[in-house]
Design a protein around this ligand. Structure first.
Ligand code: DPN
Ligand code: ZN
Length: 329
């Protein structure tokens, strides 16, 4: 054991510590199981925890509220236990103060950083479980699973949990704008996950190569490769993806603006699923991908487990692939 890398050792210690908790305590919460669940089951446990947090905090997890703070504390605790180097970045939004959470692998080349990001805040009207508990929980578990594997990455991996996305991409914009120019150049890529378990799911990847020819042009060079990797993963999981425009509606926006290659997946928000899409992916034509978008009904019941599982598989594959090399050969 003594020659195991730090992340594996920390994860093992955390697991051992969990085992000695009294049984009465472990029965209380899905997230304090004697044996933590792995894979998509663990992602669902994180979603339940975020739901519980909203339930205990006026029904939401909006930036600047106690529900947001509790969400951040929960995710930071998980990452700290697994051996990540975490930090909290404070910034102003809507007349108050809120935070981004950043977690780095201790190992890997600091001159070649691959980032995975998801906004952690909800709107004020609901618990924000599909939007964006799903993206947050999925990248969290991908990080934990990577750490548990005990490998030291070639590239440094950085996981970002943004605040105040719902207030206008405030957290991600603050991060990119305050990053010294030299540091920007070290970020090889940014992958964004915002709504990856929509209940009437579509399967979209950001159109890095502009092959759809709509809206914004192509992403910075390297974005096309990210799109391809994610498309390959989703196709392999049984869900051939369509493109979705880099229309600036999520946290990749500030990254592509400064020329950092970007990509990510998305399962649809308020837009309507077409008959062709229902034919291809299943679900209900003529209905929204997420009829509870930005509403109080965006709860754990508003998540399609199969969509979450397929997207989680694409994320874990991207983590593994880009830990070793970016861009792909
Ligand atoms: N940015 C999302 C929201 O938080 O409201 C919705 C969205 C995500 C729209 C991804 C387009 C693409
Ligand atoms: Zn969102």
């Amino acid at each position: 054991m003594s020659d195991r890398p730090m992340l594996a050792t920390a994860a093992a210690l955390a697991a051992a510590a969990a085992l000695v908790l009294p049984t009465a305590a472990v029965a209380e919460s899905s997230t304090h199981r004697a044996t933590p669940r792995a894979g998509v089951l663990a992602v669902q446990d994180h979603l339940q925890e975020l739901q519980n947090i909203a339930g205990a905090n006026n029904g939401n997890r909006a930036s600047g509220t106690p529900g947001y703070q509790a969400s951040l504390d929960y995710i930071r605790g998980q990452l700290d236990q697994a051996g990540f180097t975490t930090s909290v970045q404070e910034f102003p939004s809507m007349g108050g103060t809120t935070y981004n959470l950043i977690a780095d692998t201790p190992g890997g080349d600091a001159n070649n950083v691959v980032m995975f990001g998801a906004h952690l805040d909800s709107v004020g009207d609901g618990p924000g479980i599909n939007d964006n508990g799903t993206g947050s929980a999925a990248i969290l578990q991908a990080a934990l699973d990577y750490a548990a594997g005990g490998e030291t990455p070639t590239n440094k991996l950085r996981f970002a949990f943004w605040g105040a996305e719902e207030e206008g991409l405030v957290g991600s914009t603050h991060y990119v704008e305050t990053l010294p120019e030299a540091e920007r150049g070290k970020i090889a890529a940014y992958l964004n996950f915002d709504m990856v378990g929509s209940p009437n799911a579509g399967y979209f990847t950001y159109d890095g190569d502009d092959s759809d020819g709509v809206g914004a042009g192509p992403g910075p060079e390297g974005s096309a490769q990210i799109e391809k990797l994610l498309n390959d993963s989703l196709a392999q999981a049984g869900a051939p993806a369509e493109g979705t425009d880099f229309d600036g509606r999520s946290d990749y926006g500030p990254f592509i603006e400064v020329g950092i290659p970007a990509g990510g997946t998305f399962t649809g928000a308020e837009e309507t699923k077409s008959p062709e899409q229902a034919e291809k992916w299943g679900g209900r034509a003529g209905e929204a991908f997420d009829a509870c978008y930005h509403q109080s009904c965006d709860t754990v019941d508003n998540v399609d487990t199969q969509a979450l599982e397929r997207n989680f598989a694409a994320i874990t594959n991207a983590v593994k692939t880009y830990a070793a090399q970016f861009p792909q050969p």
